[in-house]
Design a protein around this ligand. Structure first.
Ligand code: NAD
Ligand code: ZN
Length: 370
């Protein structure tokens, strides 16, 4: 088992291995013991405390039928009571509406501050459940069990929680760290192929940002044959950003590589293009322009396009720039603002370039992106 300690405003472990779901109850029990106020040498008192704790399992209607029962059994085996809140899958559910329903459900179920929320699912479940955990009774214990590759390498670690507003993603949220992240790589076996590709998009992002060696590994061996290694490599990279800049005011913004234009593509598609696919297009666009302007080599672009192709990720933005920018980046509220654009200088290295938001479109055009 890989165990990565994150030292943020809350210190916690990220555990990565196959078969962890059936051990979730005991793993949570052990992780919560030090802060429980119960002495580790008094196991009966600790068990009694667990028996007094309800775990609210938050999940979606794809994931819960697959893994909910195993999680419930494991939690019950460790003494926890469980209740579940299962909502329709998809980004549309990451809303104030679902958030409100979850809070009302917890209140009706007499959930107290000493209880906990366990998120079982992808980034949508984790972001929504985390925001509920951050705000219900001013904050209750939060556990992440990511079941998508994207959630495993990215959203379950680092404490960003949020829901969407009608006209903006992640517009309401909080920084709120989980107390434990349990990544059971077996759960990834049921991921639809396009969700697997999306996770690979974020993984390629880490490689382009941080490590040519990791990039080569991804080319030599498919991600799905080395989940534990790939996820732990990404989590270690994310750990460094989170520990240096937990509240995202500086270096952590590098994790936005591919996202500036990716978000615009997502919005333009009405969210029919998946996030990881849009990030792939965004990385390709920024790298194409960078190579055209001599900020990185042509080979950097060629290699990026090659790996995106290997992982069945798109590289061409299917919209004209006018169309894309009309929807998002150069609207009135952005005029005068500055965007921190993350630009690859080589595979394994990127820089932050400050560009006036209204000049982003011109920057891409100058770089030959149409
Ligand atoms: N908090 C952060 O730091 C952060 C970082 C990146 C992305 N995000 C957010 O994460 C969200 C995207 O996350 P996602 O890609 O995991 O999407 P998701 O949670 O919608 O999951 C994708 C799909 O896969 C299904 N699914 C999940 N696990 C499965 C499994 N094991 N087997 C079969 N199907 C499964 C889900 O039901 C869903 O239909 C976005 O809302 C994004 O804003 C947050
Ligand atoms: Zn992303």
């Amino acid at each position: 088992m890989e165990k990565i300690r994150i030292n943020a405003s809350v210190d916690y472990d990220v555990l990565i291995d196959s078969g962890l779901l059936k051990e979730a109850g005991e793993l949570i029990f052990s992780a919560l013991l030090p802060a429980s106020g119960v002495s580790a040498t008094d196991p009966l008192a600790a068990r009694r405390q667990a028996e007094n704790t309800t775990a609210v399992i938050v999940s979606d209607d794809n994931v819960f039928p697959l893994y909910g029962e195993a999680l419930k059994n494991s939690l019950a085996g460790s003494g926890y009571k469980t209740i579940e809140f299962v909502f329709p899958h998809g980004e549309k559910s990451k809303s104030l509406n679902t958030y409100g329903e979850l809070l009302e459900f917890m209140c009706d179920s007499h959930i107290r501050r000493s209880d906990m929320i366990v998120a079982l699912g992808g980034g949508v479940v984790g972001d929504l459940a985390g925001f509920a955990a951050a705000t219900y009774q001013r904050g209750i214990t939060f556990i992440q069990i990511p079941t998508t590759l994207l959630a495993a390498v990215d959203s379950s670690v680092g404490g960003k929680t949020a829901v969407d507003l009608t006209n903006g993603k992640n517009q309401v949220g909080a920084f709120y760290q989980p107390r434990l992240v349990i990544c059971d790589t077996d759960t990834l076996s049921t991921l639809p192929p396009e969700e697997y590709s999306c996770g690979c998009g974020e993984i390629i992002k880490y490689a382009v940002l941080e490590s040519e060696e990791f990039f080569d590994e991804l080319l030599q061996k498919p991600v799905c044959t080395q989940y534990e290694h790939v996820i732990s490599t990404c989590v270690k990279m994310k750990k460094a950003y989170v520990e240096n800049d937990e509240f995202d005011t500086g270096l952590r913004m590098k994790l936005n590589l591919g996202h500036t234009f990716g978000h615009a593509v997502e919005a333009c598609s009405g969210y029919s293009i998946l996030h990881g696919q849009a990030v792939a297009m965004g990385m390709a666009a920024v790298t194409k322009a960078a190579s055209e302007m001599g900020l990185c080599s042509k080979e950097t672009l060629v290699r990026l396009l090659e790996i995106l192709d290997v992982y069945k990720l798109p590289s061409e933005i299917p919209y004209g720039l006018d169309e894309m920018f009309e929807v998002t980046l150069v609207d009135k509220k952005n005029s005068g603002s500055v965007t921190n654009l993350i630009v690859p200088t080589a595979i394994g290295n990127c820089r932050i370039m400050k560009i006036q938001t209204e000049k982003l479109k011109g920057w891409l055009e100058e770089g030959g992106v149409r």
